[in-house]
Ligand binder design. Structure first.
Ligand SMILES: Cc1cc2nc3c(=O)[nH]c(=O)nc-3n(C[C@H](O)[C@H](O)[C@H](O)COP(=O)(O)OP(=O)(O)OC[C@H]3O[C@@H](n4cnc5c(N)ncnc54)[C@H](O)[C@@H]3O)c2cc1C
Length: 456
């Protein structure tokens, strides 16, 4: 790996910005994220911003010297969106981690971008509220990163993804101006919807320095059921049956047999012996147990067995097992995570298609699924020295995209495009959409200083 620091134009940013670091340790950390991708060279340095003013100052310096800037939150991204290379400066906002306000009456929170998702939830809980988008990385990912990737999670089944939770944002644009999008009211349609434009823009249109987020009342009751199935395709068919039964689970997750084995190995649990695939379902609110009855009737023809969680502790154990899927697989090798979305009635077709892709490419594919959203995470487990951007891994990711497209689906449900999925943008978006998106990028960042080579 090339570890040298290139000079100009980044040198001017690193000399002038507060909180700049050129230590090899900081540059190494900023050359990667949790996607399995590692940049071929190290970024020139990292600016650790502690305030919106720091961000404005760093962006203005970058604009003056046309130095590329890579915004970074907690670095847990799965698309290499925050992975930086030589000739770039990383703008790390993880130290901007204050919850500025929680308004229980209006049910909203105002936070800095470095606040961790789980910390916001803990603070909201003191008011009987919760922040709905809950990536499995809740304990380690930042709100700024969540906004930039339009992150999802398990509860999105009922409560929607980050886009549905964003009320207002403050964003430092590529020329250093501060853009205020949205408003604190629940409704509001004055002007274009710039919240939606920035949410999911992967750090390519601006740096989020403050977010006003909708909170929701904690449900009065939550009912949890775990079910086991002979295989993944049967579990997928059961999930489609739940949706067809017109219940609204707050969480509906599937895990395939080999992922269960990996979780058992990592956590000392014993899920795999109970079946070849696992479904975790929750219903909540005043009708939680009534809805659970309907859900159980929907899955009964498919399930080998099921168990209702006896108490909150038991329910938490089941959720923890699901959250630990990725870290458990990371113990087996280098993990590259797919993120395709399909119409929810097609989940069983994907299960069959993934087996075919694994057989054709020789890549081991493990799957977890946000079934209520039709969002699958087929995870490639590779040897530690294998590339995630070339060879069989690239072929398998490409085949997955084509499978999703054939079934009427999408390349990425919640992780974003980053570096890893750019090759398949055009086939999904089409020329007109891609042209409009690049026109927006050019209008807001004509010199291309914000996260070049990522997203669009
Ligand atoms: C174990 C594990 C489980 C996960 N589970 C889920 C899941 O269930 N659902 C899900 O959606 N994701 C999941 N993720 C992926 C990841 O946690 C999310 O994408 C998260 O939103 C990234 O946040 P971050 O702070 O780590 O962002 P980073 O990785 O630092 O950055 C991600 C992208 O956002 C940009 N960015 C970051 N901060 C800002 C900012 N303030 N302004 C502008 N741009 C910014 C970066 O440039 C980059 O493009 C998981 C990751 C892991 C490791």
């Amino acid at each position: 790996m090339d570890t040298s620091v290139s000079t100009r134009p980044t040198a001017a940013v690193l000399e002038g910005a507060r909180g700049a670091s050129v230590t090899e340790q900081d540059r190494l950390a900023a050359s990667t994220d949790r996607s399995g991708y590692v940049s071929p060279s190290l970024p020139d340095g990292v600016v650790f911003a502690e305030s919106a003013d720091d961000v404005v100052a760093a962006v203005k310096l970058a604009a003056a010297h046309r130095a590329p800037l890579v915004p970074r939150g907690a670095g847990t991204g799965l698309a290499a969106g925050a992975a930086a290379k030589s000739g770039e400066v990383v703008l790390d906002v993880s130290r901007m981690d204050r919850i500025l306000r929680i308004d229980p009456l209006e049910q909203l929170a105002v936070v800095q971008p470095g606040v961790l998702n789980a910390d916001l939830n803990a603070a909201a809980a003191e008011h009987g509220l919760f922040y709905a988008p809950d990536p499995a990385s809740t304990a380690i990912c930042s709100i700024g990163g969540n906004v930039a990737t339009n992150a999802g999670g398990m509860r999105c089944a009922k409560y929607g993804v980050t886009r549905e939770a964003v009320l207002a944002l403050q964003v430092v644009l590529a020329d250093g101006r501060v853009l205020r999008t949205g408003r604190e009211t629940i409704k509001g349609v004055t002007g274009y919807d710039l919240n939606a434009l920035i949410t999911g823009s992967e750090g390519t249109l601006g740096v989020v320095v403050e977010a006003t987020l909708r909170l929701r009342p904690m449900p009065v009751a939550t009912a949890t059921v775990a079910a086991f199935f002979p295989d993944f395709a049967t579990a997928a068919a059961a999930a489609s049956a739940v949706i067809a039964a017109r219940v609204q689970p707050s969480l509906l997750e599937l895990i395939d047999g080999q992922t269960l084995e990996a979780i058992d190995m990592a956590m000392g649990t014993d899920y795999r012996s109970k079946g070849g695939a696992f479904m975790l379902a929750q219903t909540d609110g005043y009708g939680a147990y009534l809805e659970q009855d309907v859900l159980i009737e929907a899955i009964r023809p498919y399930a080998s067995s099921f168990e209702k969680a006896t108490d909150a502790e038991h329910a938490n154990e089941l959720i923890t097992a699901r959250r630990e899927a990725i870290p458990s697989l990371e113990k087996l090798g280098r993990v590259s995570i797919g993120d395709i979305g399909v119409p929810r009635s097609k989940l069983a077709d994907v299960a069959v298609g993934l087996d075919e892709i694994s057989a054709a490419t020789g890549v081991r594919i493990f799957s977890v699924v946000h079934a209520s959203d039709g969002n699958l995470h087929p995870m490639l487990v590779l040897d530690p020295e294998d590339s995630v951007t070339e060879g069989p891994a690239k072929q398998a990711l490409g085949e997955m995209f084509h499978l999703a497209k054939r079934l009427g689906g999408t390349l990425t449900g919640e992780h974003g495009v980053g570096i890893l999925k750019r090759d398949w943008l055009l086939p999904e978006l089409g020329e007109v959409s891609l042209d409009v998106q690049r026109t927006i990028k050019n209008a807001l960042d004509p010199d291309g200083i914000l996260n070049p080579g990522k997203g669009i």
